[in-house]
Design a protein around this ligand. Structure first.
Ligand code: AMP
Length: 253
């Protein structure tokens, strides 16, 4: 069984994003970029399935500017077998919307015929949490989102899902779509020898036109602004004063 893992290049989770002066978006010039953390978890899970002998091949795919090649190489250094980079013009950057990404992923899945597609539950730059669900709908395949455990047995994948009330377990017929939650696993670091080895693993360069998908944005961003600054706190002398202040704010009864 082949496993397909879409990996997105996003602003590194340690970087504090700066909004562009004209409010049109986040300034990505000279900012550290990395693989979306949920996608690292997806790559790790796919590699573990291969190590268990469940998966035969792990293919990663990234849609983004030329530099998304680095994201592909990171996944290859972790242990993926080959990569596909669907390159978008640099100015489109991270603005390829989930629907266009899902359409491209469907086209790749039609070609590759994976048993599982494991995506991140969300990309930390746009926080959309849409691509996996859209892909499942476009492919007409079952989905197990927010996975904290994934077990494959024969033609079934059992996914434990993190839902509001606790955990939900669903059994899906393969081929299926899974999206990862934080507690699924702890991704490995790529070792230096594996980083070197990754340089010679296959990376296919494609464009959205190769798949006949129009990636023009359907959404218009009206404005991007910084979150409001936190106002300074105050010190209270004792619990009575704290309760009185909370009551005044309507927080305590
Ligand atoms: P989103 O729906 O944008 O929050 O993204 C959810 C997941 O879809 C991500 O964690 C990735 O696995 C995948 N994804 C989204 N955008 C891309 C992209 N440009 N390239 C590859 N995978 C992507």
């Amino acid at each position: 069984m082949k496993v397909l893992v879409p990996v997105k290049r996003v602003i590194d989770y340690n970087v504090k994003p700066r909004v562009k002066m004209d409010g049109t978006g986040v300034d990505l010039a000279n900012v550290k970029m990395s693989m979306n953390p949920f996608d690292e978890i997806a790559v790790e899970e796919a590699i573990r399935l291969k190590e268990k002998g469940v998966a035969t091949e792990v293919v990663v795919v990234s849609i983004g500017p030329a530099k998304a090649q680095e994201t592909c190489r990171t996944a290859l250094a972790m242990g993926a077998d080959r990569a596909i980079l669907i390159q978008t013009p640099d100015d489109v950057g991270s603005t390829v919307e989930p629907l266009a990404v899902a359409k491209l992923l469907k086209a790749v899945a039609d070609e590759e015929q994976p048993g599982l597609v494991i995506l991140g539950k969300q990309a930390i730059d746009d926080d959309s949490n849409q691509t996996g669900q859209m892909l499942a709908a476009l492919m007409g395949r079952p989905q197990g989102t927010f996975a904290s455990k994934v077990e494959v047995s024969g033609d079934t994948v059992t996914v434990t899902r993190e839902v509001d009330g606790g955990l939900e377990t669903v059994a899906l017929a393969i081929p299926a779509i899974v999206t990862t939650d934080l507690r699924l696993n702890e991704p490995r670091y790529a070792s230096l020898p594996n980083i070197m080895k990754a340089k010679s693993k296959p990376l296919a360069a494609k464009t959205p036109a190769d798949y006949g998908v129009d990636i023009a944005p359907r959404l218009e961003t009206l404005k991007v602004s910084e979150p409001p600054k936190r106002s300074a706190g105050i010190k209270v002398a004792d619990v009575d004063e704290l309760v009185a202040k909370l009551k005044a704010l309507g927080v305590a009864a």
